[in-house]
Design a protein around this ligand. Structure first.
Ligand code: NAD
Length: 392
């Protein structure tokens, strides 16, 4: 079939297999061309099909020479529906890994569930023995518990409402938005979904099954950003979850089984998840403009490669005073933030095309689903049915 993007606001319901494959190949080529990181024998990446998780899998495989198991939650093509982008990305990654002689297997299902944890443990026992690195990169809107309770996360403030500029992604119009305050229940539920509880469950399950290597390392991802996003993010409901994630890193280490647990604070980038946050997409479009002009713009791949190479696997690991890895250091540079703040004050519907990199924002958005990728003929008949080798 001819596959074109079908968007609804910040959601794209189609994905292009060849565009996704090319994206994965580009990320692999980038990584191959960079100096190698420390060798890692076996790695587990939870949330491995998109964004920062996919980049982590590529970095671990192609820079650290690791065998990888990826946990994804994606759908294959069916009837007239294309597969999800994460499905195509994973199929492409596995095909490349195989060609390059790297072990890569995938478990597809709800990472929050006990069954998926057990499947992963069985696979590690069968094929790897133990894992040395565990990346936790889930970004999920909800979490279903064993007893049937479903928690949903919200993107709201804590304490007081917050009003600021935002961009309507359907029309590119700049308007004011008032972000409402989360209730206690909503904060609690957001922490359940995006906090550290499930990360801890994974680490406990792996440890109890005896499949964590001595001196294993685990890393989960967080965000801080500038003050203008703080009420919405750092101090909002999602920020409470990230605070819990940070505390969990300390609890994992306090278990005393030699595991080192890190939080990596990453740069704001266009991903499926960040598009859903009010205020943040406009900030990202301005940030892209400034960072591209300064020659320091990075995508997920560049960020994660730098996180592993320059920070986590530096000797000793390079952290801030709170022990966090900070690949967001370039985003947070004073000159970058001053320029973004100046643009933020001046940006309007009329000048958003000049003051921000809204084109770059949209290119990245469509790229997530394999569209607007250089070298792909979107008029060509394309077979949406693609297999993930290890799942077939
Ligand atoms: P993303 O949406 O691109 O990727 C999330 C991944 O999680 C996908 O592969 C998805 O399939 C998987 N997933 C979701 N629910 C799942 C489930 N139940 N079981 C298995 N897999 C599941 O998101 P992202 O932006 O790469 O976010 C990853 C992490 O990075 C999050 O913790 C996020 O807060 C953090 N982060 C993101 C940004 C940003 O700007 N995008 C910045 C800093 C930190």
């Amino acid at each position: 079939m001819i596959i074109q993007p079908k968007t609804r606001g910040f959601i794209c319901t189609t994905a292009h297999p060849e565009g996704c494959r090319q994206n994965v190949k580009n990320q692999i080529e980038y990584t191959k061309a960079m100096p190698k990181c420390k060798e890692v024998k076996n790695a587990l990446i939870i949330g491995a099909s998109m964004g920062y998780g996919l980049a982590s899998r590529i970095a671990l495989a192609y820079s650290c020479n690791a065998a990888t198991i990826g946990v994804i939650f994606d759908k294959p093509a069916s009837g007239k529906r294309t597969a999800t982008a994460g499905w195509y990305n994973t199929a492409a990654f596995e095909a490349c890994a195989k060609e390059d002689g790297l072990y890569a297997k995938t478990v597809n299902g709800d990472a929050f569930s006990k069954e998926i944890k057990q499947q992963v443990i069985n696979l590690i026992q069968k094929d790897m023995g133990k894992v040395d690195v565990v990346v936790y990169s889930l970004a999920a809107p909800r979490r279903a518990m064993e007893d049937g309770t479903v928690y949903s996360s919200v993107l709201k403030t804590v304490g007081e409402e917050y009003t600021n500029k935002t961009i309507d992604l359907r029309t590119n119009e700049i308007s004011e938005i008032t972000v409402p305050t989360a209730t206690e229940q909503e904060i609690h539920d957001t922490v359940k979904v995006m906090g550290g509880e499930d990360w801890m469950d994974w680490m406990n399950a792996l440890s109890e099954a005896g499949v964590l290597a001595e001196n294993a390392v685990t890393v989960a991802y967080s965000y801080i950003g500038p003050e203008l996003t703080h009420p919405m993010y750092l101090e909002g409901s999602i920020g409470m979850a990230k605070k819990h994630l940070f505390e969990t890193s300390k609890e994992i280490e306090a278990k005393g089984n030699g595991v080192k647990a890190y939080i990596s604070v990453n740069k704001a980038l266009v991903t499926q998840s960040s598009a859903a946050i009010p205020i943040v997409p406009l900030y990202i479009a301005l940030l892209y403009k400034v960072m591209k002009e300064k020659g320091i713009h990075e995508g997920c791949m560049e960020q994660i490669y730098r996180m592993f190479h320059d920070k986590l696997f530096a000797q000793p690991p390079l952290t801030d005073e709170e022990g966090r890895l900070r690949p967001d250091d370039w985003e947070m540079r004073e000159d970058v933030q001053q320029e973004v703040a100046r643009l933020w004050d001046n940006v309007s519907t009329e000048n958003v095309g000049q003051l921000s990199d809204i084109e770059g924002y949209w290119d990245d958005f469509f790229n997530l689903f394999g569209f607007r990728v250089e070298g792909i003929d979107y008029e060509k008949e394309t077979d949406p049915e693609v297999e993930i080798p290890s799942l077939s």
